[in-house]
Design a protein around this ligand. Structure first.
Ligand code: AHR
Length: 513
């Protein structure tokens, strides 16, 4: 028996729904074809957004969507993407495949997409190759409700009312594709640019995101915070509300040999999960540096790019980053989201890369066809954690794997209680062979006072769902439902809580009322 202990009285804080956020870049077939097909398309759409994809995304309750990049953001000039479409500039997407970018998807289309998804906006500005004026005018165009050149221009383009910008990124990967800057240079640029990201509204403030580190670049984090955080400003926390972090899981031995998305063995499977688990260490270590500046945890570590990155599907454009998605990706998503939940005191937002047809997507499309990937299913099962309260949990786990240096824990979990008092347990079994008998001991209750923290039996309803299969199982356009969520009923009540068996290579969600 493997023990999972839950202390329902020990509430650790809110899991921001934005942890379940997404990222969509002008890259390959993410925006064009994947999300936006244009009003004249044969594919069913509303104002150009494809209906099938929007419906599938609504099911997972997308809370926030980052756009337009990525590397694309630091070469994007927003004025190219407004006004009558026939007059919009055609340009080269230099980063991603050298294809023509016709700018038919721009600011108005992005906010229409957010409206249809019912999600918050996260716009990433151009610091790498844009001017302060350009960034400042974009913010004015999007958010100013009054008489000003940009507000008038917006009205002329058909949108009299401003939109709400929830998050604004001041540059992307400025240590790399966003200008190859060193941390001191970027930090000073950040201070200058963010000054002109004005709050035109009385009733809300734009959350400004400062470009954070690549993976384990702790020096970047420290240096940027020294300049941007510690000097006060409009708020107690200086000039920023969040610091980004990017980390991709690349199973191969480098960017030249990243590994196949579908053709891998058990060794590579465990190696992938081992590398995905590294997220826990880097979140903790960047978080510890942030704690030195911001002990009250007022700013967030925004993991605004994460996911698996494999070699592209054979025969596809190498610049489009199109890859399939298997049960292995589902487990990467499950363990990563459990990590974010457990660090939700510091991780306030995360955005999987990317939403459709690029890297670890939740949706794949081919013409008029669409499939939901195993990663979609994990987001669907974990949606219950959005804005719920994280509670203390601990699980007996042990290292597994086929190579000592790539060992990984067999089981990972997180537990929350939602606004209706329902407890949500998400548990992933990473082992390819072993099923585990789980003995859940629940003490306390969200509703009961802390002094009654005795073990309790469960009297209410328990519902369960499971995603399971072989490591390479995937959904294809021919067989779109090969991997899908199924009911998980075999859960027994015990005096202390629950017991059940989690099969090998699976993700389980239990809702305990
Ligand atoms: O998500 C693909 C790319 O990965 C993004 O454009 C960039 O920010 C990162 O390097």
């Amino acid at each position: 028996m493997t023990k999972l202990k839950i202390n329902a009285d020990h509430v650790l804080g809110k899991i921001n729904k934005e942890i379940y956020g997404h990222f969509s870049e002008h890259l390959g077939r993410c925006i064009y074809e994947g999300l936006y097909v244009g009003e004249d398309s044969q594919i069913e759409n509303v104002n150009g957004m494809r209906t099938d994809v929007i419906e599938a995304l609504k099911e997972i309750r997308v809370p926030v969507l980052r756009w337009p990049g990525g590397c694309f953001a630091d070469e994007y000039h927003w004025k190219d993407g407004i006004g009558p479409k026939a007059g919009r500039k055609k340009m080269i997407n230099t980063h991603w495949g050298g294809v023509v970018e016709d700018n038919s998807f721009g600011t108005h289309e992005y906010f229409e997409l957010c409206r249809q998804l019912g999600c918050e906006s996260y716009v990433n500005g151009n610091l790498g190759s844009g001017t302060v004026q350009e960034m400042s005018e974009w913010v004015e165009y999007m958010t100013f409700d009054g008489v000003s050149p940009m507000a008038v221009l917006r009205a002329e383009n058909g949108h009299a009312r401003p939109w709400r910008v929830h998050y604004f990124g001041v540059g992307n990967e400025n240590w790399g594709c966003g200008g190859n800057m060193n941390p001191d240079f970027y930090a000073n640029e950040y201070r200058r640019y963010q000054t002109y990201v004005r709050d035109y509204h009385q009733d809300y403030r734009i959350n400004k995101i400062c470009c954070g580190p690549n993976v384990d670049d702790y020096e970047w984090t420290r240096k940027v915070l020294e300049t941007c955080f510690a000097h006060g400003g409009r708020d107690q926390h200086g000039f920023m509300n969040g610091l980004s972090l990017h980390y991709y899981t690349v199973p191969g031995d480098g960017w030249q040999h990243k590994g196949s998305a579908t053709d891998f063995d058990a060794k590579e499977y465990y190696r992938t999960l081992h590398k995905a688990y590294y997220m826990d260490e880097i979140v903790r270590r960047h978080g510890a540096i942030m704690d030195e500046f911001d002990p009250k945890k007022e700013i967030g570590l925004m993991v605004d790019e994460w996911g698996t990155w494999y070699d592209v599907e054979p025969g596809t454009n190498p610049g489009f980053l199109y890859q399939q998605n298997t049960m292995r990706d589902a487990l990467v998503a499950a363990l990563t989201l459990n990590i974010f939940n457990k660090h939700s005191d510091r991780v306030k937002m995360a955005n999987i890369a990317q939403m459709v047809n690029v890297l670890q997507s939740v949706i794949l499309t081919d013409g008029a066809q669409m499939v939901k990937t195993p990663t979609w299913s994990v987001f669907r099962m974990y949606r219950a954690h959005q804005d719920a309260q994280l509670v203390e949990s601990s699980l007996e786990s042990a290292p597994i794997g086929l190579e000592t240096e790539y060992a990984v824990l067999n089981l990972t979990e997180s537990v929350s209680i939602d606004a209706d008092g329902v407890m949500h347990i998400t548990l992933a079994n990473l082992s390819l062979e072993e099923a585990y008998d789980i003995d859940v001991e629940i003490s306390g209750s969200a509703q009961e006072s802390a002094d009654s923290a005795n073990c309790r039996g469960i009297s209410g309803e328990i519902t369960g769902e499971i995603l399971t299969g072989s490591m390479t199982d995937k959904n294809t356009f021919e067989v779109p439902d090969a991997v899908k969520i199924a009911a998980f009923d075999d859960v027994k009540r015990t005096d202390a809580g629950l017991k059940f068996t989690i099969p090998a290579c699976s993700v389980v969600h239990l809702a305990v009322r």
